[in-house]
Design a protein around this ligand. Structure first.
Ligand code: PLP
Length: 400
């Protein structure tokens, strides 16, 4: 009996089986509570820099309210090509090799739909960003978890990657720097992954939305490594480093054939990214450097305060070199990540995300976003310290 027959629903099997993300479920709990310090959301706490907003307001005064080219405004694609070349040393033709999308989110979805036939397999690191596996599934593919380990700071390593390859494997989808762990893959780590990708003839979808938020040394794109440009789809956007989550804009750079297929799908489903967001992105690329640097320096300072604090109160945490997440171990508490997160929220009003929400290898950890003010981070640490002491003395009620 099919799922549809069993449930009597008019929805497709995929719609019935698609689960809300573990993050969502958890944060439905938080919305009705007072005095919560949320380290849960993966969103900058800065507003979009005013220069960007101003440029859009000005453009509206001049009547910029129309559709644009499906691919995105050429002016924007030229700026994206310049930026990617300057920062990451990969050249793309703005006419044919760049598509402007509704955030990296749409780019991941389009990539999966452009690349997969039913049953094709996509390798996804465990733990990783909550949308990857569902996007594979929605495109009728099969996501295959590639385990990563704390000992490697949850970086993808070549052996488990190679072991996961079958004749159905089409692609590898991963984020660098990583959400949820904050780990960064440097050139030497990427070279090992690239070797497996070339041997197994994989397309690599490289989500580099946190590239600017790399704290010690430059970000390397896997697309810049020898033999990789032609098999890599480089995704990036403006949500994180430019504090533009609400504008919904990102982009994909890659081989003409893939970008062209994604553009056809995007043309039918989305038409184009709103022109206001595109104008904002042009402004961010042309004049956003100082604001970006200011916010990155601020995240870096918070990172040090927060990660030192976690280690001080007894939650071991490796130093995250990218994004704005820390991924401390909670193993010493004897609780699983869901119990820990719920108990911490109820007892001390601090919201973190259970590591299990990002995959089984994330169990035993929680994700904490440090995109919050230093004052909030210090207060969160103080509350967590109280929580750990109360937990150790048996004063905390834990759901079984
Ligand atoms: N990729 C990763 C790794 C993310 O963490 C997020 C948002 O949290 C996204 C993509 C979504 O980005 P966008 O706002 O560009 O759709």
């Amino acid at each position: 009996m099919t799922t549809r027959q069993r449930t009597g629903s008019r929805l497709s099997r995929r719609a019935i089986e698609l689960r809300p993300s573990g993050i969502r479920e958890f944060f439905d709990l938080v919305v009705d509570m007072d005095d919560v310090i949320s380290l849960g959301v993966g969103e900058p706490d800065f507003p979009t820099p005013w220069g960007i907003c101003d440029a859009v307001i000005e453009s509206l005064r001049h009547g910029a309210t129309s559709y644009t080219s499906n691919r995105g405004m050429l002016e924007l694609r030229v700026e994206i090509a310049r930026y990617v070349e300057r920062k990451y040393r990969v050249g793309y033709d703005p006419e044919e090799e760049i598509l402007v999308t509704v955030g990296v989110s749409e780019a991941v979805d389009l990539a999966m739909r452009a690349l997969l036939d039913p049953g094709d397999e996509v390798l996804v690191p465990d733990p990783s960003y909550v949308s990857y596996a569902p996007c594979v599934d929605l495109a009728h593919g099969v996501s295959i978890s590639v385990p990563t380990r704390l000992e490697d700071e949850f970086r993808l390593t070549p052996e488990p990657l190679a072991r996961a390859c079958t004749e159905r494997t089409r692609a590898l989808l991963f984020g660098n720097p990583s959400n949820p762990t904050g780990a960064v893959m440097r050139a030497e780590h990427l070279a090992e992954v690239a070797r497996v990708a070339i041997d197994a003839d994989l397309i690599v979808i490289s989500d580099e939305i946190y590239a600017e938020l790399t704290y010690d040394g430059p970000h390397t794109s896997i697309a810049a490594l020898p033999g990789m440009r032609e098999r890599t789809l480089l995704l990036n956007g403006f949500s994180k480093a430019d504090a533009m989550t609400g504008w919904r804009i990102g982009y994909a750079c890659g081989p003409v054939e893939i970008i062209e297929a994604m553009t056809r799908m995007h043309a039918y489903t989305t038409m184009c990214v709103p022109i206001m967001a595109q104008i904002a992105a042009i402004e961010a690329l042309r004049h956003g450097e100082d604001d970006r640097a200011r916010m990155i320096a601020e995240y870096d300072q918070r990172r040090r305060v927060f990660v030192n604090g976690l280690n001080r109160i007894g939650l071991d945490c490796f130093e995250p070199m990218g994004a704005f997440y820390a991924f401390p171990s909670i193993a010493g508490t004897g609780l699983n990540s869901t119990q820990f997160s719920q108990a911490l929220l109820m007892d001390q009003r601090v919201a973190v995300v259970p590591g299990i929400a990002f995959g089984e290898c994330g169990e035993g950890h929680v994700r904490c976003s440090y995109a919050s003010s230093i004052a909030d981070l210090r207060e969160a640490l103080a509350r967590m310290e109280v929580f750990l002491a109360r937990l150790a003395s048996g004063a905390v009620e834990v759901a079984q």
